[in-house]
Design a protein around this ligand. Structure first.
Ligand code: THU
Length: 136
Protein backbone atom coordinates (compact mmCIF):
# COMPACT_ATOMS: atom_id res chain seq x y z
CA UNK A 1 0.00 0.00 0.00
CA UNK A 2 1.26 3.51 -0.69
CA UNK A 3 -0.03 7.07 -0.53
CA UNK A 4 0.16 9.99 1.87
CA UNK A 5 -1.46 8.19 4.79
CA UNK A 6 0.79 5.12 4.47
CA UNK A 7 3.79 7.45 4.19
CA UNK A 8 2.89 9.15 7.44
CA UNK A 9 2.22 5.85 9.20
CA UNK A 10 5.61 4.50 8.06
CA UNK A 11 7.34 7.64 9.32
CA UNK A 12 5.64 7.41 12.71
CA UNK A 13 6.50 3.70 12.90
CA UNK A 14 10.16 4.56 12.26
CA UNK A 15 10.06 7.15 15.04
CA UNK A 16 8.55 4.54 17.36
CA UNK A 17 11.30 2.06 16.44
CA UNK A 18 14.00 4.69 17.03
CA UNK A 19 12.49 5.43 20.44
CA UNK A 20 13.29 1.83 21.44
CA UNK A 21 16.96 2.77 21.17
CA UNK A 22 16.74 5.92 23.31
CA UNK A 23 19.56 6.46 25.77
CA UNK A 24 17.81 8.47 28.44
CA UNK A 25 18.95 7.18 31.85
CA UNK A 26 18.71 10.65 33.45
CA UNK A 27 15.28 11.83 32.38
CA UNK A 28 13.78 8.43 31.58
CA UNK A 29 11.92 10.34 28.86
CA UNK A 30 12.36 8.22 25.75
CA UNK A 31 11.97 9.94 22.40
CA UNK A 32 12.31 8.73 18.82
CA UNK A 33 12.23 10.86 15.69
CA UNK A 34 12.26 10.09 11.98
CA UNK A 35 12.69 12.42 9.02
CA UNK A 36 12.12 11.96 5.31
CA UNK A 37 12.30 13.79 2.04
CA UNK A 38 11.53 11.40 -0.78
CA UNK A 39 10.49 8.24 1.02
CA UNK A 40 13.83 7.24 2.48
CA UNK A 41 13.50 7.44 6.25
CA UNK A 42 16.17 8.33 8.80
CA UNK A 43 15.45 7.70 12.46
CA UNK A 44 17.24 8.34 15.74
CA UNK A 45 16.51 8.50 19.47
CA UNK A 46 17.46 11.05 22.12
CA UNK A 47 20.92 10.43 23.54
CA UNK A 48 21.65 11.83 27.00
CA UNK A 49 24.94 12.38 28.79
CA UNK A 50 26.18 12.45 32.38
CA UNK A 51 27.09 16.05 31.57
CA UNK A 52 23.39 16.85 31.17
CA UNK A 53 23.61 19.78 28.73
CA UNK A 54 25.47 17.54 26.26
CA UNK A 55 22.29 15.51 25.76
CA UNK A 56 20.86 15.68 22.25
CA UNK A 57 17.21 15.44 21.30
CA UNK A 58 15.92 12.74 18.96
CA UNK A 59 14.94 15.30 16.29
CA UNK A 60 18.43 16.75 16.00
CA UNK A 61 19.96 13.28 15.92
CA UNK A 62 17.58 12.22 13.13
CA UNK A 63 18.48 15.32 11.13
CA UNK A 64 22.17 14.53 11.63
CA UNK A 65 21.68 10.97 10.36
CA UNK A 66 19.87 12.23 7.24
CA UNK A 67 22.41 14.95 6.48
CA UNK A 68 25.31 12.55 7.05
CA UNK A 69 23.70 10.26 4.46
CA UNK A 70 23.59 13.13 1.97
CA UNK A 71 19.95 14.19 2.42
CA UNK A 72 19.71 17.91 3.06
CA UNK A 73 16.01 18.41 2.35
CA UNK A 74 13.42 17.24 4.85
CA UNK A 75 9.73 17.20 4.02
CA UNK A 76 8.35 15.66 7.21
CA UNK A 77 9.40 14.69 10.72
CA UNK A 78 7.64 12.32 13.11
CA UNK A 79 8.23 12.38 16.86
CA UNK A 80 7.17 9.81 19.44
CA UNK A 81 7.87 10.85 23.02
CA UNK A 82 6.85 9.55 26.41
CA UNK A 83 4.23 11.97 27.70
CA UNK A 84 0.52 11.35 27.81
CA UNK A 85 0.10 13.97 25.08
CA UNK A 86 2.12 14.06 21.84
CA UNK A 87 5.61 15.52 22.43
CA UNK A 88 6.29 18.53 20.20
CA UNK A 89 9.87 19.41 19.19
CA UNK A 90 11.68 21.74 21.62
CA UNK A 91 12.54 25.27 20.50
CA UNK A 92 16.13 24.43 19.57
CA UNK A 93 15.03 21.49 17.44
CA UNK A 94 12.44 23.65 15.67
CA UNK A 95 15.29 25.89 14.57
CA UNK A 96 17.37 22.93 13.32
CA UNK A 97 14.36 21.46 11.50
CA UNK A 98 13.76 24.84 9.85
CA UNK A 99 17.27 24.81 8.38
CA UNK A 100 16.53 21.69 6.34
CA UNK A 101 12.75 21.75 6.04
CA UNK A 102 11.73 25.39 5.89
CA UNK A 103 8.32 26.71 6.93
CA UNK A 104 6.34 24.00 5.10
CA UNK A 105 7.88 21.06 6.93
CA UNK A 106 5.18 18.74 8.28
CA UNK A 107 5.60 17.90 11.97
CA UNK A 108 3.74 14.78 13.13
CA UNK A 109 3.82 14.02 16.85
CA UNK A 110 2.34 10.91 18.40
CA UNK A 111 2.01 9.83 22.01
CA UNK A 112 2.86 6.26 23.03
CA UNK A 113 -0.88 5.53 23.16
CA UNK A 114 -1.42 6.73 19.60
CA UNK A 115 -2.79 10.28 19.98
CA UNK A 116 -1.49 12.21 16.98
CA UNK A 117 -1.07 15.93 16.28
CA UNK A 118 0.19 17.49 13.07
CA UNK A 119 1.48 20.98 12.38
CA UNK A 120 3.31 22.92 9.70
CA UNK A 121 6.64 24.10 11.11
CA UNK A 122 5.71 27.71 10.37
CA UNK A 123 2.98 27.42 13.01
CA UNK A 124 5.45 26.14 15.62
CA UNK A 125 8.21 28.61 14.67
CA UNK A 126 6.64 31.74 13.19
CA UNK A 127 8.84 34.49 11.73
CA UNK A 128 11.81 32.11 11.83
CA UNK A 129 15.39 33.20 11.43
CA UNK A 130 16.92 31.20 8.61
CA UNK A 131 19.50 31.04 5.84
CA UNK A 132 17.63 33.82 3.97
CA UNK A 133 18.43 36.24 6.80
CA UNK A 134 22.16 36.00 6.22
CA UNK A 135 23.94 38.06 3.59
CA UNK A 136 24.60 36.16 0.38
N1 THU B 1 13.61 15.45 24.05
C1 THU B 1 13.66 15.06 22.75
O1 THU B 1 14.46 14.20 22.36
N2 THU B 1 12.78 15.64 21.88
C2 THU B 1 11.80 16.51 22.22
O2 THU B 1 11.04 16.93 21.38
C3 THU B 1 11.66 16.94 23.62
C4 THU B 1 12.72 16.48 24.54
C5 THU B 1 14.50 14.78 24.99
C6 THU B 1 15.59 15.62 25.59
C7 THU B 1 15.88 14.86 26.87
O3 THU B 1 16.75 13.78 26.57
C8 THU B 1 14.53 14.28 27.27
O4 THU B 1 13.75 14.31 26.08
C9 THU B 1 13.82 15.06 28.36
O5 THU B 1 13.77 16.42 28.06
Amino acid sequence: MSGPRADVDALVAAARAARERAYAPYSNFLVGAAVTDDGEIFGAPNIENASYPMSVCAERNAVAVAVAAGHRRIRAVAVVGSGEAPTPPCGGCRQVLYEFGGPGLTVICESPSGERRTWALEDLLPAAFGPHDLPA
